[in-house]
Design a protein around this ligand. Structure first.
Ligand SMILES: [Zn+2]
Length: 191
């Protein structure tokens, strides 16, 4: 992994340790922190994650204003708007790390698992996207969420020429991770 990406990952995981142990430093969360950033931002990482109200990257990584560029959508499904947002983080904000973060008890994964293979009446784009990786033998929905991060990582590179080029030039790395609700721990998932 490139140095800048490893450093950013270390900072996030160190912050997660603080959070898990109940010793969050909670830096950069006051009004002065926001004022200091009024002319620009320079986040250390982009986190692509679910809109779930229990998944709050700034809290689980013990970070505050200006630290993380968060891209969210239910299920963290990679659509066009999500792709362009990540491109912005990499190409304009020069983040060295993109983390694809999934989580326990995801509503979109649950819905896909229970409906498969029926045509969904609601949430069609989200559920069809998860269908790509499941079959009749599919594991529990938490396992699906973990595995699905690999599809998301591949989609980011496959569907975006900007990301592919930047990745090829070693300007950033993509890591997969998973938030456990019982411990608050973020576990990096190896490819
Ligand atoms: Zn979710």
């Amino acid at each position: 992994m490139i140095d800048r990406a490893q450093k950013a990952l270390d900072i996030l995981l160190e912050g997660n340790k603080n959070f898990v142990s109940g010793k969050s430093s909670a830096l950069n969360r006051d009004i002065n922190s926001l004022k200091a950033l009024s002319q620009g931002q320079s986040p250390i990482a982009c986190v692509v994650t679910c809109s779930d109200s229990r998944v709050i990257p700034e809290l689980v990584f013990d970070k505050g204003f200006g630290d993380i560029f968060v891209v969210r959508c239910a299920g963290a499904v990679i659509g066009e708007n999500i792709l362009e947002s990540v491109e912005y983080a990499v190409d304009h904000l020069n983040v060295p790390l993109v983390m694809v973060l999934s989580h326990d008890d995801c509503g979109v994964m649950k819905a896909a698992k229970s409906l498969y293979p029926k045509e969904p009446e609601h949430l069609q784009l989200l559920i069809r996207s998860v269908y790509e990786i499941i079959d009749d033998e599919a594991e529990c929905y938490n396992e699906i969420a973990r595995n699905y991060t690999l599809t998301k990582k591949r989609k980011l590179l496959k569907r975006s020429e900007i990301l592919r080029k930047a990745h090829h030039e070693k300007k950033f790395e993509i890591v997969r991770a998973y938030l456990k609700f019982d411990t608050g721990e973020v576990v990096v998932v190896n490819d």
